[in-house]
Design a protein around this ligand. Structure first.
Ligand code: FE2
Length: 371
């Protein structure tokens, strides 16, 4: 679990960003196919028995700067099989790029992290990747890796894949905006302290349950980040009249874990049009939402009819506005989903939409006499 906060005397690991996210799933080929056909990712590299891996297969998919690694087990003793049995499909690893793996790993341990893998080299004819790993919330881990001495398609043991990109309109996702974790009730403070202590992260912002709640569902959220590119909001369930969506996640995932991955685009209307055409299903928005949103954002020149048709949400803060949409969960269990986000100056996370959405639902309920 989380170590008590020591006064860290060692400088925190220096992260260059999120290198990739690794999913552990029940059927890697099928999930990779879904990400290609529906979400517009390009299969880039493959590792499996043909490349000397005996216990697992992995597909590396890419879109813009986003790398998703999809891995599945080849035998029931594989830790992937056990992870899938317990959690269902989910994100195992939020892998960070670092310049000095040994120093980053040693610093993380000195500052209270638990090691999962000590530093080691993987080498093939394309070069060397040095990597190590530490644990975080639930069964989630952070690999720390340095790929600057590697020129192959992804990592040693991987070859270019013959799994082809599915045809379809260009989706245009560019990079990972943030990766959100759900943690158990009463532990938000501990996990914020973990990221502050171990990685030297700072709190960017905090939302109390009275800011993101309605009568029905509530959560508390603290956004921690490295001050540059790694942004990791953490959610904890709070009491509402009904079960919090965070509690539902924890019940089904059976532990803390990654809830959603926000991917940025420069043109969310084009992106969402392409995703919908490719068959991605998104959370539906009650028409009432747009009555309120148009009022709140009356001074912005936005394609409201198109936003409403596609179900895109809008929020603003003192720095600007943002447009966002959430997919339905992409896992069998109601756990993990994607967010698509276009930032126009705004630094928030759409917290205004949480309340607006639920109020719109409640307005409609009230109209039906059911509230
Ligand atoms: Fe988000």
């Amino acid at each position: 679990m989380v170590a008590p906060s020591p006064a860290p005397t060692v400088a925190p690991p220096c992260l260059s960003g999120v290198d990739h996210l690794e999913w552990w799933v029940g059927n890697a080929r099928t999930f990779a196919g879904f990400l290609s056909a529906a979400v517009g990712f390009t299969p880039v590299a493959y590792a499996g028995p043909e490349t000397g891996r005996r216990d697992r297969v992995s597909y590396l998919l890419r879109q813009g700067e986003v790398r998703l690694l999809i891995s599945g087990a080849l035998d029931p003793e594989s830790p992937i099989a056990e992870h899938v049995r317990l959690h269902g499909d989910g994100v195992r690893d939020v892998a960070f790029g670092v310049d000095d793996v040994d120093a980053a790993h040693a610093a993380a341990l000195a500052r209270g992290a638990r090691s999962l893998r000590d530093p080691a080299d993987d080498t093939d004819e394309h070069g060397t990747i040095r990597h190590a790993a530490v644990t975080t919330y639930g069964d989630t881990v952070h690999t720390l890796l340095d790929r600057r001495r590697y020129a192959g398609p992804f990592a040693p043991g991987f070859v270019p894949t013959d799994l082809h990109a599915a045809p379809g309109p260009e989706v245009g996702l560019r990079r990972i905006d943030h990766v959100v974790g759900n943690v158990e009730k009463g532990t938000l403070g501990q996990w914020v302290a973990f990221y502050e202590d171990v990685f030297g992260f700072e709190q960017m912002t905090h939302f109390d349950d009275d800011q993101i709640s309605t009568e029905f569902s509530a959560l508390m959220s603290t956004v921690v980040w490295d001050g540059h590119r790694v942004v990791m909001p953490l959610n904890e369930p709070a009491d509402g009249r009904r079960k919090s969506q965070i509690e539902e996640y924890l019940d089904f995932y059976r532990s803390p874990g990654v809830q959603h991955i926000a991917l940025s685009t420069a043109d969310i209307v084009d992106t969402v049009r392409a995703l919908r055409e490719r068959g991605v299903r998104c959370m539906t928005v009650p028409p009432d939402y747009y009555l309120g949103a148009r009022e709140r954002m009356a001074d912005l020149d936005l394609p409201w009819a198109e936003l409403e048709r596609l179900g895109i949400l809008v929020d603003r803060d003192e720095h600007g506005h943002l447009l966002q949409i959430f997919t339905e969960t992409v896992t069998d269990r109601p756990t993990v989903f994607f967010e698509i986000i276009q930032r126009e100056g705004a630094r928030g996370f759409g917290e205004g939409n949480f309340k607006a959405l639920f109020e719109a639902i409640e307005r409609a309920q009230a109209e039906r006499g059911n509230l």
